[in-house]
Structure formats: structure tokens, C-alpha cells
Ligand binder design. Structure first.
Ligand code: TIU
Length: 223
């Protein structure tokens, strides 16, 4: 089939129909990437995530050029915090919890400046933005219906953080029968060793959760 593309990946190259492939960019929000947000409130060095921005920008451009379905997620909660589990809220110190005021507005709350996707990766008109209360993009969201309605069979999953929201989403998608391809350079973690281990876990055992690749390999395949 001439419509198929082959992406170089670990543990093996993967052949895909780009009409059934979507890109989902996970949580490239100011709350995780900039000082004063949720990521920093949890005690992390947010500068560790900056390296993923430029690869994500190139990946996004390639996906748009190839006409893929492009989706974005944002982790966050209702302003009344009714959807925020106490177990999640109480994990940060008082004054730095979800809903508390910070330099980018209330931490991890929808509609606040910190909740926004960083300007370099701003969603384009018509690209679905999925607001999710948890780590996985399928939990309490419309994502499953959106993928079914578009006949999507495979996902390029990128964003932050590798071992938390990217991994949870890959695991959820894999159990739903979707093939997941993760460009590792388009992901980042506050813990470099977790980033490396999380990618290794995906492609181990013959690709137990999916395939690991790079932005360049995806871009080349989609050209
Ligand atoms: N803390 C951390 O590494 N990640 C999150 O809390 N959320 C996402 O990964 N988006």
C-alpha cells in the first residue's frame, strides 16, 4: 500500500497509515515548564524540561504538514476543585497546593495563566485540546470517542513528563489496542534517569507498550 509510511524505531521499524495516525502532545503547559507552577511546587527543577520544546515544535510542524490529527492535553482542575482528589491536593506543602495562588495564577487550575500551553506550542485553530484531571489522557476525558470517530489506530505521544503523564497515557492507549509511538527527544522528565528508564520500558520485551523513536525519524517518514 503506497499510503503506508515506515518509521525507524525501537524495537523495530513500524509501518503505519498516516490517515489513521494522530499526534497527542501531553501537558506542554506553563505549570510544568515554567518557574512558579505546579511542577516547581512539587520541588522540581523545571529547567530540565526545556530541551523537549524545540523537538516538539518540529514534530508539531511535521504532523501539521502531513495533515495528521493533532491534539493537545492539559492537566488541571475546575476552579471549585470539585474534581481534584484530596489525595492529590494534599501532596504539596500548604501554600503550594493545587488551587493556591502563585505567580502564574492558581496552581493547576483551568483558565489560569499557568494552565496554558506554552506559546511555542500553542494549539492551532481546530486542534482539539483535552482537559484532563489526572495523569492519563483517557481518564475522564472525551479522547476515546474522538479517536474512534476519526478511525485513529496509532498515536504519536510526546510531551511531559516522560514517566508520569506520557507513560500513563501510553499505557492507557496500549490497553485500548492503539499502537503508540514515542519520540523520546520530544519528551522530558525532571529526573533524567526516569526519562531514560521510561523510554526503555516502552520498547522492551518486543515493544510491550509501543515503539520509541525520534522527532527526526518521524519527520523523515512523514515527508
Ligand atoms: N510531576 C510530574 O512529573 N508530572 C505531572 O505531575 N504531570 C505530568 O506529567 N503532566
Amino acid at each position: 500500500d503506497q499510503a503506508l509510511v515506515s518509521i525507524a524505531a525501537q524495537p523495530a521499524p513500524i509501518e503505519l497509515d498516516p490517515r489513521r495516525l494522530a499526534l497527542i502532545l501531553i501537558d506542554m503547559q506553563r505549570d510544568f515548564l515554567e518557574p512558579g507552577g505546579f511542577g516547581a511546587a512539587l520541588g522540581n527543577d523545571v529547567a530540565r524540561l526545556a530541551g523537549a520544546i524545540e523537538p516538539c515544535r518540529r514534530l508539531l510542524a511535521s504532523a501539521r504538514r502531513a495533515g495528521l490529527l493533532v491534539m493537545h492535553t492539559r492537566e488541571g482542575h475546575r476552579p471549585d476543585l470539585a474534581d481534584a482528589p484530596p489525595a492529590k491536593v494534599l501532596r504539596a506543602p500548604p501554600g503550594m497546593r493545587i488551587g493556591d495562588p502563585g505567580p502564574m495564577g492558581r496552581i493547576l487550575v483551568r483558565g489560569e495563566p499557568g494552565h496554558a500551553i506554552i506559546p511555542a506550542l500553542a494549539p492551532a485553530e481546530g486542534e482539539p485540546v483535552i482537559d484532563k484531571p489526572g495523569k492519563g489522557a483517557f481518564y475522564q476525558t472525551d479522547l476515546d470517542s474522538m479517536l474512534r470517530n476519526r478511525g485513529i489506530e496509532a498515536l504519536l505521544v510526546a510531551g511531559v513528563t516522560t514517566e508520569v503523564c506520557v507513560h500513563t497515557t501510553v499505557r492507557e492507549a496500549n490497553d485500548r489496542g492503539l499502537r503508540c509511538i514515542v519520540p523520546g527527544d520530544c519528551c522530558a522528565s525532571y529526573f533524567p534517569e526516569f526519562h531514560a528508564a521510561a523510554l526503555a520500558m516502552i520498547s522492551a520485551q518486543g515493544g510491550i507498550f509501543g515503539w520509541v523513536t525520534t522527532e527526526a525519524a518521524v519527520t523523515q517518514a512523514l515527508e
